[in-house]
Write a protein that binds this ligand. Structure first.
Ligand code: BTN
Length: 324
Protein backbone atom coordinates (compact mmCIF):
# COMPACT_ATOMS: atom_id res chain seq x y z
CA UNK A 1 0.00 0.00 0.00
CA UNK A 2 1.40 3.39 -0.89
CA UNK A 3 2.39 5.90 1.75
CA UNK A 4 -0.17 8.36 0.32
CA UNK A 5 -3.00 5.83 0.70
CA UNK A 6 -2.06 5.03 4.30
CA UNK A 7 -1.68 8.73 5.14
CA UNK A 8 -5.11 9.42 3.61
CA UNK A 9 -6.75 6.60 5.57
CA UNK A 10 -5.19 7.85 8.82
CA UNK A 11 -5.87 11.52 8.03
CA UNK A 12 -2.18 12.25 8.67
CA UNK A 13 0.54 14.06 6.75
CA UNK A 14 2.68 11.64 4.66
CA UNK A 15 5.85 12.61 6.57
CA UNK A 16 4.18 11.91 9.97
CA UNK A 17 2.79 8.65 8.58
CA UNK A 18 6.21 7.57 7.42
CA UNK A 19 7.71 8.36 10.85
CA UNK A 20 4.90 6.44 12.58
CA UNK A 21 5.47 3.41 10.33
CA UNK A 22 9.20 3.46 11.05
CA UNK A 23 8.55 3.68 14.80
CA UNK A 24 6.16 0.73 14.63
CA UNK A 25 8.79 -1.24 12.75
CA UNK A 26 11.48 -0.36 15.28
CA UNK A 27 9.08 -1.51 18.05
CA UNK A 28 8.79 -4.93 16.45
CA UNK A 29 5.91 -4.83 13.98
CA UNK A 30 6.97 -6.66 10.82
CA UNK A 31 6.39 -3.97 8.18
CA UNK A 32 8.07 -4.29 4.78
CA UNK A 33 8.89 -1.34 2.53
CA UNK A 34 9.86 -1.53 -1.13
CA UNK A 35 11.83 0.97 -3.18
CA UNK A 36 8.59 2.61 -4.43
CA UNK A 37 7.81 3.74 -0.85
CA UNK A 38 5.06 1.14 -0.49
CA UNK A 39 4.49 -0.62 2.82
CA UNK A 40 2.95 -3.92 3.72
CA UNK A 41 2.45 -5.95 6.88
CA UNK A 42 4.47 -9.15 6.64
CA UNK A 43 1.98 -10.98 8.88
CA UNK A 44 -1.69 -10.22 9.46
CA UNK A 45 -2.53 -8.59 12.78
CA UNK A 46 -5.09 -6.20 14.07
CA UNK A 47 -5.65 -4.10 17.16
CA UNK A 48 -7.95 -5.45 19.84
CA UNK A 49 -11.52 -4.32 19.42
CA UNK A 50 -12.88 -2.62 22.52
CA UNK A 51 -16.49 -3.77 21.97
CA UNK A 52 -15.43 -7.34 21.32
CA UNK A 53 -13.24 -7.22 24.44
CA UNK A 54 -16.12 -5.85 26.51
CA UNK A 55 -18.46 -8.62 25.34
CA UNK A 56 -15.84 -11.27 26.07
CA UNK A 57 -15.20 -9.76 29.52
CA UNK A 58 -18.93 -10.04 30.29
CA UNK A 59 -18.95 -13.66 29.16
CA UNK A 60 -15.93 -14.50 31.30
CA UNK A 61 -17.56 -12.97 34.39
CA UNK A 62 -14.93 -10.20 34.79
CA UNK A 63 -17.58 -7.58 34.03
CA UNK A 64 -19.74 -6.04 35.40
CA UNK A 65 -17.86 -5.96 38.76
CA UNK A 66 -14.51 -5.14 37.11
CA UNK A 67 -13.37 -2.16 35.09
CA UNK A 68 -10.86 -1.93 32.25
CA UNK A 69 -8.88 0.49 30.11
CA UNK A 70 -7.55 -0.58 26.70
CA UNK A 71 -4.57 1.52 25.61
CA UNK A 72 -2.70 1.61 22.34
CA UNK A 73 0.66 2.30 23.96
CA UNK A 74 1.99 2.87 27.47
CA UNK A 75 5.29 2.54 29.33
CA UNK A 76 3.99 -0.39 31.41
CA UNK A 77 0.44 -1.42 32.25
CA UNK A 78 1.54 -2.10 35.84
CA UNK A 79 3.14 1.33 36.15
CA UNK A 80 0.00 2.90 34.65
CA UNK A 81 -2.15 1.30 37.37
CA UNK A 82 0.37 2.33 40.02
CA UNK A 83 0.12 5.94 38.85
CA UNK A 84 -3.68 5.77 39.06
CA UNK A 85 -3.39 4.53 42.64
CA UNK A 86 -0.86 7.20 43.53
CA UNK A 87 -3.18 9.88 42.21
CA UNK A 88 -5.74 8.68 44.76
CA UNK A 89 -7.96 6.44 42.61
CA UNK A 90 -8.99 2.99 43.70
CA UNK A 91 -7.53 0.37 41.39
CA UNK A 92 -9.48 -2.49 42.94
CA UNK A 93 -10.70 -4.76 40.09
CA UNK A 94 -9.25 -2.32 37.56
CA UNK A 95 -7.47 -3.83 34.54
CA UNK A 96 -5.18 -2.03 32.12
CA UNK A 97 -4.43 -3.66 28.76
CA UNK A 98 -2.07 -2.25 26.18
CA UNK A 99 -1.09 -3.13 22.64
CA UNK A 100 2.45 -1.94 23.26
CA UNK A 101 4.70 -1.18 26.23
CA UNK A 102 7.76 1.02 25.82
CA UNK A 103 9.15 0.06 29.25
CA UNK A 104 7.50 -3.26 30.12
CA UNK A 105 8.82 -4.75 33.34
CA UNK A 106 9.63 -8.38 34.11
CA UNK A 107 10.62 -10.04 37.37
CA UNK A 108 13.81 -9.09 39.16
CA UNK A 109 14.31 -5.86 37.24
CA UNK A 110 14.27 -7.45 33.79
CA UNK A 111 12.67 -5.84 30.75
CA UNK A 112 9.60 -7.32 29.12
CA UNK A 113 9.38 -6.69 25.40
CA UNK A 114 6.50 -7.50 23.11
CA UNK A 115 5.87 -6.49 19.52
CA UNK A 116 2.74 -4.34 19.09
CA UNK A 117 -0.61 -6.03 18.34
CA UNK A 118 0.83 -9.53 18.82
CA UNK A 119 0.65 -10.25 22.52
CA UNK A 120 -1.38 -9.88 25.63
CA UNK A 121 0.01 -7.40 28.09
CA UNK A 122 -2.29 -6.61 30.95
CA UNK A 123 -2.28 -5.71 34.62
CA UNK A 124 -5.00 -6.01 37.22
CA UNK A 125 -5.20 -4.04 40.46
CA UNK A 126 -6.67 -5.61 43.60
CA UNK A 127 -6.97 -4.41 47.18
CA UNK A 128 -6.75 -6.96 49.99
CA UNK A 129 -7.37 -6.50 53.67
CA UNK A 130 -4.32 -7.51 55.70
CA UNK A 131 -0.59 -7.35 55.16
CA UNK A 132 1.40 -8.64 52.18
CA UNK A 133 2.24 -11.77 54.24
CA UNK A 134 -1.31 -13.04 53.63
CA UNK A 135 -0.53 -13.13 49.90
CA UNK A 136 2.19 -15.79 50.00
CA UNK A 137 1.91 -17.99 46.95
CA UNK A 138 -0.52 -15.64 45.20
CA UNK A 139 1.51 -15.44 41.99
CA UNK A 140 1.72 -19.25 41.90
CA UNK A 141 -2.05 -19.56 42.27
CA UNK A 142 -2.48 -17.11 39.40
CA UNK A 143 -0.11 -19.23 37.31
CA UNK A 144 -2.31 -22.29 37.88
CA UNK A 145 -5.49 -20.43 36.92
CA UNK A 146 -3.93 -18.90 33.80
CA UNK A 147 -2.28 -22.15 32.66
CA UNK A 148 -5.49 -24.14 33.05
CA UNK A 149 -7.58 -21.35 31.48
CA UNK A 150 -5.39 -21.06 28.38
CA UNK A 151 -5.12 -24.81 28.03
CA UNK A 152 -8.88 -25.29 28.08
CA UNK A 153 -9.37 -22.41 25.63
CA UNK A 154 -6.69 -23.44 23.13
CA UNK A 155 -5.68 -27.04 23.81
CA UNK A 156 -2.01 -26.02 24.10
CA UNK A 157 -0.21 -28.00 26.83
CA UNK A 158 0.70 -25.24 29.29
CA UNK A 159 3.03 -25.97 32.21
CA UNK A 160 4.54 -23.82 34.93
CA UNK A 161 8.16 -23.02 35.65
CA UNK A 162 8.57 -22.02 39.26
CA UNK A 163 7.90 -19.44 40.37
CA UNK A 164 6.03 -17.37 37.82
CA UNK A 165 6.58 -18.49 34.23
CA UNK A 166 4.05 -19.95 31.84
CA UNK A 167 5.83 -22.62 29.88
CA UNK A 168 4.96 -24.64 26.80
CA UNK A 169 7.06 -27.46 25.33
CA UNK A 170 10.24 -26.31 27.03
CA UNK A 171 9.91 -22.65 26.12
CA UNK A 172 8.63 -19.56 27.84
CA UNK A 173 5.13 -18.58 26.74
CA UNK A 174 4.52 -15.86 29.27
CA UNK A 175 5.24 -14.47 32.69
CA UNK A 176 3.57 -13.07 35.76
CA UNK A 177 4.80 -10.19 37.89
CA UNK A 178 2.93 -9.58 41.14
CA UNK A 179 3.85 -6.45 43.05
CA UNK A 180 2.39 -5.75 46.46
CA UNK A 181 2.29 -2.33 48.08
CA UNK A 182 1.60 -2.34 51.81
CA UNK A 183 1.04 0.68 53.97
CA UNK A 184 1.11 -0.75 57.47
CA UNK A 185 -0.73 -4.02 58.04
CA UNK A 186 -4.34 -3.00 57.31
CA UNK A 187 -4.44 -3.21 53.52
CA UNK A 188 -2.29 -4.37 50.67
CA UNK A 189 -2.66 -3.20 47.13
CA UNK A 190 -1.50 -5.71 44.57
CA UNK A 191 -0.78 -5.10 40.90
CA UNK A 192 -0.66 -8.30 38.89
CA UNK A 193 1.03 -7.97 35.50
CA UNK A 194 0.67 -10.72 32.93
CA UNK A 195 2.39 -11.03 29.57
CA UNK A 196 1.49 -13.81 27.13
CA UNK A 197 3.04 -14.26 23.70
CA UNK A 198 0.31 -14.83 21.15
CA UNK A 199 2.13 -14.45 17.81
CA UNK A 200 5.78 -14.93 16.83
CA UNK A 201 7.61 -11.78 17.86
CA UNK A 202 8.48 -10.42 14.40
CA UNK A 203 11.70 -8.45 14.07
CA UNK A 204 12.62 -8.03 17.75
CA UNK A 205 13.26 -11.06 19.94
CA UNK A 206 10.79 -11.02 22.81
CA UNK A 207 13.29 -11.55 25.56
CA UNK A 208 16.94 -12.43 25.43
CA UNK A 209 18.52 -15.26 27.39
CA UNK A 210 16.08 -18.14 27.01
CA UNK A 211 13.88 -19.71 24.34
CA UNK A 212 10.45 -18.24 23.91
CA UNK A 213 7.36 -19.50 22.21
CA UNK A 214 3.89 -18.19 21.44
CA UNK A 215 0.37 -19.61 21.34
CA UNK A 216 0.10 -19.43 17.55
CA UNK A 217 3.10 -21.72 17.22
CA UNK A 218 1.82 -24.08 19.93
CA UNK A 219 -1.83 -24.52 18.89
CA UNK A 220 -2.88 -27.13 16.37
CA UNK A 221 -5.99 -25.22 15.29
CA UNK A 222 -6.64 -21.49 15.04
CA UNK A 223 -5.85 -19.41 18.11
CA UNK A 224 -8.84 -17.64 19.65
CA UNK A 225 -8.95 -13.86 19.28
CA UNK A 226 -6.72 -11.97 21.72
CA UNK A 227 -9.84 -10.40 23.22
CA UNK A 228 -11.13 -13.88 24.17
CA UNK A 229 -7.82 -14.91 25.70
CA UNK A 230 -7.45 -11.68 27.69
CA UNK A 231 -11.03 -12.02 28.93
CA UNK A 232 -10.49 -15.65 29.98
CA UNK A 233 -7.39 -14.58 31.93
CA UNK A 234 -9.13 -11.67 33.68
CA UNK A 235 -12.28 -13.68 34.41
CA UNK A 236 -10.26 -16.59 35.78
CA UNK A 237 -7.91 -14.62 37.98
CA UNK A 238 -10.55 -12.29 39.41
CA UNK A 239 -12.64 -15.30 40.44
CA UNK A 240 -9.55 -16.80 42.11
CA UNK A 241 -8.63 -13.49 43.80
CA UNK A 242 -12.06 -13.28 45.42
CA UNK A 243 -11.34 -16.51 47.28
CA UNK A 244 -7.63 -16.15 47.89
CA UNK A 245 -7.79 -14.73 51.42
CA UNK A 246 -10.00 -17.67 52.45
CA UNK A 247 -8.18 -20.64 50.96
CA UNK A 248 -4.74 -19.26 49.96
CA UNK A 249 -2.18 -21.05 47.83
CA UNK A 250 -2.85 -24.36 49.63
CA UNK A 251 -5.90 -24.83 47.39
CA UNK A 252 -3.67 -24.80 44.29
CA UNK A 253 -0.67 -26.66 45.66
CA UNK A 254 -1.51 -30.06 44.17
CA UNK A 255 -2.33 -28.61 40.76
CA UNK A 256 0.82 -26.47 40.72
CA UNK A 257 2.95 -29.55 41.28
CA UNK A 258 1.12 -31.38 38.47
CA UNK A 259 1.99 -28.52 36.11
CA UNK A 260 5.54 -28.02 37.46
CA UNK A 261 8.16 -28.59 34.74
CA UNK A 262 10.83 -29.38 37.37
CA UNK A 263 8.87 -32.03 39.25
CA UNK A 264 10.96 -35.20 39.54
CA UNK A 265 13.45 -33.81 37.04
CA UNK A 266 17.15 -33.16 37.48
CA UNK A 267 17.68 -29.48 37.50
CA UNK A 268 20.62 -27.15 37.58
CA UNK A 269 20.59 -24.71 40.44
CA UNK A 270 22.58 -21.55 39.77
CA UNK A 271 23.51 -19.13 42.49
CA UNK A 272 26.33 -16.73 43.31
CA UNK A 273 28.20 -19.73 44.76
CA UNK A 274 28.09 -21.62 41.44
CA UNK A 275 25.99 -24.40 39.96
CA UNK A 276 24.56 -27.52 41.64
CA UNK A 277 22.44 -30.38 40.42
CA UNK A 278 19.23 -31.24 42.28
CA UNK A 279 15.94 -33.03 41.74
CA UNK A 280 12.71 -31.02 41.84
CA UNK A 281 10.25 -32.03 44.57
CA UNK A 282 7.60 -29.40 43.87
CA UNK A 283 6.45 -26.53 46.07
CA UNK A 284 5.32 -26.49 49.68
CA UNK A 285 2.24 -24.72 51.11
CA UNK A 286 4.01 -21.35 51.23
CA UNK A 287 4.99 -21.58 47.56
CA UNK A 288 8.67 -22.21 48.33
CA UNK A 289 10.39 -24.78 46.11
CA UNK A 290 11.68 -28.08 47.52
CA UNK A 291 14.85 -29.57 46.08
CA UNK A 292 16.52 -32.88 46.69
CA UNK A 293 20.26 -32.24 46.64
CA UNK A 294 23.28 -34.43 47.41
CA UNK A 295 23.25 -33.11 50.98
CA UNK A 296 19.52 -33.46 51.64
CA UNK A 297 16.38 -31.44 51.06
CA UNK A 298 16.72 -27.72 50.46
CA UNK A 299 13.94 -25.17 50.26
CA UNK A 300 14.21 -22.14 48.03
CA UNK A 301 12.04 -19.16 48.68
CA UNK A 302 11.05 -17.05 45.67
CA UNK A 303 10.65 -14.03 47.92
CA UNK A 304 14.24 -14.31 49.08
CA UNK A 305 15.47 -14.52 45.53
CA UNK A 306 13.40 -11.80 44.01
CA UNK A 307 12.62 -9.41 46.84
CA UNK A 308 12.80 -5.93 45.47
CA UNK A 309 12.32 -2.70 47.36
CA UNK A 310 11.66 0.53 45.65
CA UNK A 311 10.79 4.00 46.74
CA UNK A 312 7.14 4.69 46.35
CA UNK A 313 6.19 8.30 46.61
CA UNK A 314 2.67 7.93 47.99
CA UNK A 315 2.47 11.26 49.75
CA UNK A 316 1.58 10.44 53.34
CA UNK A 317 2.73 6.88 53.85
CA UNK A 318 5.89 5.01 53.32
CA UNK A 319 4.71 2.22 51.08
CA UNK A 320 6.84 -0.79 50.29
CA UNK A 321 6.71 -2.60 47.01
CA UNK A 322 7.56 -6.24 47.03
CA UNK A 323 7.55 -8.86 44.27
CA UNK A 324 5.52 -11.87 45.27
C1 BTN B 1 8.40 -12.13 33.92
O1 BTN B 1 8.32 -13.20 33.32
O2 BTN B 1 9.49 -11.67 34.27
C2 BTN B 1 7.13 -11.37 34.22
C3 BTN B 1 6.69 -10.60 33.02
C4 BTN B 1 5.46 -9.75 33.25
C5 BTN B 1 5.17 -8.89 32.03
C6 BTN B 1 3.86 -8.19 32.15
S1 BTN B 1 3.33 -7.49 30.62
C7 BTN B 1 2.05 -6.63 31.43
C8 BTN B 1 2.62 -6.13 32.74
N1 BTN B 1 3.25 -4.84 32.58
C9 BTN B 1 4.55 -4.90 32.80
O3 BTN B 1 5.32 -3.93 32.70
N2 BTN B 1 4.91 -6.15 33.10
C10 BTN B 1 3.79 -7.03 33.15
Amino acid sequence: MSLATIADACAMRPSDTENALRTLRADGLAIEENNRNEFCLREPGSPMDSTRLKNALHQSGYLPAGRFELLDSVDSTSSWLDRQAQSGLSIHRFACLSEFQSAGRGRRGRHWQGAPYKNIMLSLGWEFSGSANTLAGLSLSLGVVIADGIQSLTGAPIRLKWPNDLWCRNRKLGGILVEAFSSGSATTRAIMGIGINICPPGVNPLDAGYSVTDLTSECVGPVPAREEIAAAVLGGISERLERFLFDGFAADLKRFNELDIFFNEEICLSSAQGERIAVGLGVDESGAYRLNTSDGEHIINAGELSLSLRDNSISHTEARSQEL
